[in-house]
Design a protein around this ligand. Structure first.
Ligand SMILES: Cc1cc2nc3c(=O)[nH]c(=O)nc-3n(C[C@H](O)[C@H](O)[C@H](O)COP(=O)(O)OP(=O)(O)OC[C@H]3O[C@@H](n4cnc5c(N)ncnc54)[C@H](O)[C@@H]3O)c2cc1C
Length: 202
């Protein structure tokens, strides 16, 4: 299976709507392409419903712009998670990377809020990028704690610093590429919840 990823970009052709893998792809490590696509359909359906004429390219372009903003919290959360997992869940001889991988598995299997929180993110049931950032930071810090135990030595401190650097390098450029302001803009998250709640209430 080709491990392709592609960020969502606004279509420049007036009136054209792109969906699915042709529009946005993330690393298949978290197998979520269909989930994002179905979520996109819910959003788009709600935006297109009030339009009486789908031949109006100008109006369709406005809808696409809103669609692009509203889907951001959900899609960016899943895309960022896919990107992070594709880098973390790979066996390595590098001690910092290996500590991160083990820390991630330990976090996922620890049960309670940690496991349920990560599962909600993976299943698209918690489209809040801030929750994702929280859990990724918690994984990083618990991995560092594990790396420093039973007592911190200069080498362990060095590996911990590298681990922190790796986590930042993994997260920050991806968040920037997704668009931090759109991701965290509360109006987009509220509009997403409205689309989702309206659809699931049917
Ligand atoms: C192994 C695997 C496991 C996955 N597991 C999950 C999962 O568990 N959960 C999840 O949410 N997602 C999963 N996905 C992702 C999901 O399958 C895709 O994101 C989803 O199918 C995308 O739908 P699509 O309609 O955009 O594209 P596709 O399903 O790829 O459909 C595109 C269609 O267009 C056809 N086509 C291409 N070119 C032309 C042409 N020129 N003319 C006519 N037809 C053409 C293709 O034959 C294909 O039938 C998985 C993907 C893979 C590969």
């Amino acid at each position: 299976m080709p491990t392709k990823k592609m960020t969502a970009t606004l279509s420049e052709k007036k009136g054209v709507i792109l969906l699915g893998d042709a529009f946005n792809m993330r690393h298949p490590a978290i197998a979520s392409g269909m989930m994002v696509l179905l979520s996109d359909i819910l959003i788009l359906r709600r935006l297109l419903q009030p339009l009486s004429n789908l031949g109006n390219a100008q109006k369709i372009s406005q809808v696409i712009k809103s669609f692009y903003d509203i889907r951001k919290p959900m899609s960016a959360t899943v895309n960022t998670l896919g990107n992070a997992f594709s880098q973390v869940l790979v066996a390595s001889t590098d001690e910092a990377k290996e500590a991160m991988r083990q820390g991630c598995y330990d976090y996922l299997s620890s049960g309670g809020f940690r496991t349920s929180g990560m599962m909600a993110l993976l299943g698209g049931m918690n489209p809040r990028p801030i929750s994702l950032i929280y859990h990724l930071c918690a994984i990083t810090l618990s991995s560092i704690g594990h790396l420093l135990s039973p007592f911190p030595s200069p080498l362990r401190i060095w590996h911990s610093l590298r681990l922190f650097g790796l986590a930042m390098k993994m997260l920050v450029p991806h968040l920037k590429a997704e668009g931090v302001s759109q991701m965290l803009f509360p109006v987009n998250a509220a509009a997403y919840s409205k689309s989702y709640m309206a659809a699931t209430a049917l």
